[in-house]
Design a protein around this ligand. Structure first.
Ligand SMILES: C[S@@+](CC[C@H](N)C(=O)[O-])C[C@H]1O[C@@H](n2cnc3c(N)ncnc32)[C@H](O)[C@@H]1O
Length: 272
């Protein structure tokens, strides 16, 4: 069965997605919604997008709601995506914290884990030359599907194709037998990371310790301006004075400079 979505159906589903996740589905996303949701409608034997909406909001359907968010969110990520941030971490931030040898980082909207594992690789390489630090990375996402993948730490070998082979040997285990096309992150990286489901729309985040760094890259691009502003204020509160916020390269949040000091493209400092 070919599904078609009416304007009213698109509006009720996008309003639901927006209120829970902050993700704005502009009308350009209509065909994306139809292509991603049609299979689910077929599985549930539902005849229209409105019946699906009713199914989701009908009591106790948390699981289906999570599934809907999984279907509409974009989870694209990579190891060492936007590498300038990791160079900045290594060349500026880590030397600055050398005295305390302690760092607290949040990867907010971590998708399937490539971002927090990249941070852990940089920290591990740093420590291997200078001795152990107290490092903790909180990695969170709204989607349980990507978080499960992140926590498992297993990836196709192609995902590390652009990394230095020596670094791959240091930080990953090669799969054996039928799994030679897979790699798994080594425990010295996963030990640094706690994965947790956090909705960035939540009023409060379950984070008590002030943070040195927040990575929230390629997440706010799906939010509208008021949602972005609220979130940036919450990030500001969770950072230590002298802490940094990293955003994605395609995110132009020039107004962010009201609260943060601009350091370099997409890198912002909370003044001391
Ligand atoms: C494109 S990925 C970015 C991954 C990584 N930060 C990077 O730059 O490679 C965007 C992630 O944001 C997550 N996301 C979207 N809305 C969210 C929300 N309200 N709370 C938490 N995570 C959210 C999605 O589930 C998705 O995994």
């Amino acid at each position: 069965m070919e599904y078609k979505i009416t304007e009213a159906e698109f509006e009720e589903i996008s309003a639901l997605v927006y209120s829970e996740s902050g993700i704005s589905l502009t009308s350009g996303k209509k065909s994306l919604l139809v292509s991603r949701l049609s299979k689910r409608l077929r599985e549930l034997d539902l005849e229209s997008f409105h019946s699906y909406y009713e199914y989701v909001v009908g009591g106790g359907r948390d699981e289906e709601f999570t599934r809907l968010l999984d279907l509409v969110s974009t989870n694209k990520t990579d190891f060492f995506r936007e590498p300038k941030h990791f160079e900045f971490l290594q060349e500026v931030i880590l030397p600055d914290l050398e005295q305390t040898k302690q760092i607290r980082i949040w990867s907010a909207g971590c998708s399937s884990g490539e971002e927090p594992y990249t941070i852990a690789m940089v920290l591990s390489d740093w420590m291997s030359e200078r001795g152990a630090w107290d490092c903790k990375i909180l990695a969170s996402d709204l989607s349980t599907r990507v978080l499960d993948k992140a926590a498992a730490g297993v990836y196709d070998i192609g995902t590390v194709g652009d990394l230095d082979p020596e670094s791959v040997r240091r930080h990953f285990l090669r799969g054996r037998a039928e799994e030679t096309d897979k790699i798994k992150v080594k425990p010295h990286l996963s030990r640094m990371i706690a994965f947790k489901r956090i909705n960035l729309m939540a009023e409060r985040f379950p984070i008590k310790t002030p943070l040195d760094l927040i990575f929230c890259r390629n997440v706010m691009i799906y939010f509208d301006r008021p949602t972005q502003e609220q979130l940036v204020s919450k990030f500001h509160r969770h950072l230590k004075p002298g802490g940094y916020l990293f955003i994605g390269h395609s995110e132009s949040l020039h107004w962010i400079a009201n609260q943060f000091h601009y350091v370099a493209p997409t890198i912002y400092l909370k003044e001391k």
